[in-house]
Design a protein around this ligand. Structure first.
Ligand code: MF3
Ligand code: CO
Ligand code: CO
Length: 249
């Protein structure tokens, strides 16, 4: 898990400078595909339930699972790039919302909210705690900021399987939901909408993966880390496996 997650984190750092006005999301997909193969790993999304690409690129009002295409990114866009690497059979899953050139204050505020919501969710993790603790922390924070947590889609258990139990919600009650056993891995990946919590589910030709847009064309932002639940020894309750590595570069 450490190896897969470290590679996923480095991939997001690698791709960041390419995210500029005029680049297509297909080009970002191709660059990520080559980077992953060069590092003797596999892009988990490619062929997963028929998904056609190696990464997800979700632009503006796309909430998640956006499929890379030929459209060039434009100045002022926001784009979430979600990458998952398989290394020696284990999955590392992480995403970040990037700005394309100069963006509005609204885009910055929403994106900051999603980033901080992810951090609040991670900080709520403790061994033998629950997914509801995470959902509560995320949902309270987002709501207080005047934005809307997406209820239907969220984080997941992860390891040899890409998507495993438990579901990790962005709303919830403390102490409710599934227990978080020490030394298990989950993702925390809140999606935050600008105008309402409403989502619209859309089909991807040839795939059973769905992608999602906001119902009202409002913006949506997301961040994701893969996190190891620790046992609390020495006061350590969790470890972010996809954290950026300060000793690299
Ligand atoms: N990486 C996404 C997640 O965070 C899942 C993408 S599945 C795909 O769970 F098929 F769309 F790639
Ligand atoms: Co995930
Ligand atoms: Co992901």
């Amino acid at each position: 898990m450490r190896s897969a997650c470290r590679l996923a984190a480095r991939l997001l750092e690698y791709i960041e400078p390419y995210i500029q006005p005029g680049v297509t999301t297909n080009r970002l997909d191709q660059l990520c595909y080559e980077y992953i193969l060069d590092h003797k790993a596999t892009p988990a999304p490619l062929g997963y339930m028929g998904f056609p690409k190696s990464i997800c690129t979700s632009v503006n009002d796309c909430i998640c699972h956006g499929v890379p295409d030929t459209r060039p990114l434009q100045e002022g866009d926001m784009v979430n790039v979600d990458v998952t690497c398989i290394k020696e059979g284990f999955h590392g899953d992480t995403s970040k919302t990037f700005f394309v050139g100069e963006v509005s204050q609204r885009v910055k505020d929403l994106t900051n909210c999603a980033f901080q919501a992810m951090q609040k969710g991670i900080e709520a993790i403790k061994p033998h705690g629950t997914t509801g603790d995470i959902g509560f922390a995320v949902g309270r924070f987002v709501t207080r900021q005047g934005f809307f947590p997406v209820r239907e889609i969220g984080g997941h258990g992860i390891g040899k399987k890409f998507h495993d139990d438990p579901f990790v919600p962005s709303v919830g009650k403390k102490g409710k939901g599934d227990i978080l056993p020490p030394w298990s891995c989950i993702t925390v990946e809140p999606m935050v909408n600008e105008l309402s919590e409403g989502i619209r589910e859309l089909s991807i030709p040839g795939s059973s993966v769905k992608y999602y847009h906001t119902v009202d064309q409002g913006l949506s932002a997301q961040f994701e880390h893969t996190v190891l639940v620790r046992d609390g020894a020495e006061g350590v309750n969790y470890e972010i496996l996809t954290a950026r590595d300060p000793h690299f570069n």
